[in-house]
Design a protein around this ligand. Structure first.
Ligand code: NAD
Ligand code: DAU
Length: 353
């Protein structure tokens, strides 16, 4: 028996795999296309573990997925694979439709055929867990209550629209075919192995490299931050005990404006790795053109997963963000590895530097 983790070489998927192997004796097969965001280095600490296998491939390759399911006697599929960066979805939405919508459809078809042929306990126990985002709910006003699972879908970017479409497909496969699915909708993650195109790692690395810290618009957009290993523990909990066909909102009860996040990062860096001129990293902050269609506020009401499954985050924002900065300071080789030519091209496209 084993689990199949798609997108397991990305930021959240790799954290999930490392934690899984540390806490369970069950094997993990990772299926990852290894796009610019997929990095086998994230999994180097388990590459010699006999319970771990990394297969490079596409979730849209139905034949490959079918072979993996059968060959490894997969008892659960966890679908992390996606194009995940909002800004990239604005520049080039096609890949988002291909992987997040068509890829999820092909994956579901392979899983439906495999599950349909299972019998007895194996059929009973099988699960398909789809990892999704709070962005499918759209944007909140300053005083609106946080998103519950009942909030209507109002995706605003090509990324969130493609994730919403994938959520609907997963839901439909449960409703129509009885596929045993679970869906999680999580807020913004941060922590180790976060690709430096996203706010927190980008700010840490730009600060250390003496570059501008580009804050979109007025910097008052709000995100609800969750340390990545808390997201992983929530997914394990939902996989173990979630009710089939249900969706669970996962969040850290940590709403922050982008300005608060960037100020906090600068203050921690001033403490842990001060600038040679003794000035604050805050001096490097620059307000830049806003993201088109930029969602103003996300906030997750995570009371259902707490009430029904007894899950709560272990980290506060203060503890998690300090650990994160330390991790980037302590892993210069990992950073060097990801800051490749492709990454530099993206920075040029987005920020014109
Ligand atoms: P990521 O971009 O870091 O990783 C995505 C991984 O998927 C990469 O390893 C990539 O190579 C792989 N991949 C892409 N296309 C593929 C394909 N066609 N077939 C197989 N593999 C493919 O993303 P992440 O931040 O780790 O997010 C993982 C999942 O969690 C995504 O579904 C995302 O929508 C969701 N999510 C992310 C956050 C967040 O804050 N990062 C929050 C909530 C939900
Ligand atoms: O809410 C969950 C989502 O969080 C996930 O579904 C996405 O996969 C993940 O990328 C993340 O989306 P965001 O768009 O919220 O994350 P990002 O790190 O790109 O941006 C966070 C905020 O910071 C957002 O308001 C935009 C702003 N920002 C971002 C960058 C990269 C800046 O001000 N400057 C920047 O350079």
């Amino acid at each position: 028996m084993a689990i199949l983790v798609t997108g397991g070489a990305g930021f959240i998927g790799s954290n999930f795999v490392l934690e899984w192997l540390a806490q369970s004796s069950e094997s993990v097969v990772v299926l990852d296309k290894l796009t610019y965001a997929g990095n086998p280095d994230n999994l180097s600490s388990v590459q010699n573990d006999a319970r771990f296998k990394l297969v490079q491939g596409d979730i849209g390759d139905r034949t490959l997925v079918s072979d993996l399911l059968t060959k490894h006697g997969i008892r659960a599929v966890l679908n992390f694979a996606a194009e995940s960066h909002v800004d990239r979805s604005i520049h080039a939405p096609g890949e988002f439709i291909q992987t997040n919508v068509v890829g999820t459809f092909e994956l579901l078809e392979a899983v439906r055929a495999y599950w349909g042929a299972l019998e007895g306990d194996a059929r009973q126990a099988f699960r398909f867990l789809h990892v999704s985002t709070d962005e499918v709910y759209g944007s909140l006003g300053d005083n609106d209550p946080a998103f519950t699972e009942q909030h209507r879908y109002e995706p605003n970017s090509p990324y969130s629209a493609s994730k919403a479409a994938s959520d609907h497909l997963v839901r439909a496969y449960h409703h129509t075919y009885g596929l045993p699915v679970l869906t999680t909708n999580c807020s913004n993650n941060y922590g180790p192995f976060h690709f430096p195109e996203k706010l927190i790692p980008l700010m840490i690395l730009n600060a250390l490299n003496g570059k501008a810290l580009p804050v979109y618009g007025d910097g008052r957009n709000v995100r609800d931050w969750l340390y990545v290993t808390d997201h992983c523990s929530a997914i394990r909990r939902v996989l173990e005990s979630g009710l089939l066909g249900e969706t669970y909102n996962i969040g850290g009860w940590n709403e922050k404006t982008n300005l608060e996040v960037v100020h906090t990062l600068c203050d921690i860096l001033d403490d842990l790795s001060p600038r040679s001129d003794a000035k604050s990293y805050r001096e490097q902050m620059q307000f830049v053109k806003d993201r088109p269609g930029h969602d103003r506020r996300y906030a997750i009401d995570a009371s259902k997963v707490e009430r029904e499954l007894g899950w709560r985050p272990a980290e506060t924002f203060d503890s998690g963000i300090r650990k994160t900065v330390r991790w980037y300071l302590d892993h210069p080789q990992w950073v060097q590895g990801v800051v490749s030519g492709a990454y530099r091209d993206w920075v040029k496209t987005q920020y014109g530097q």
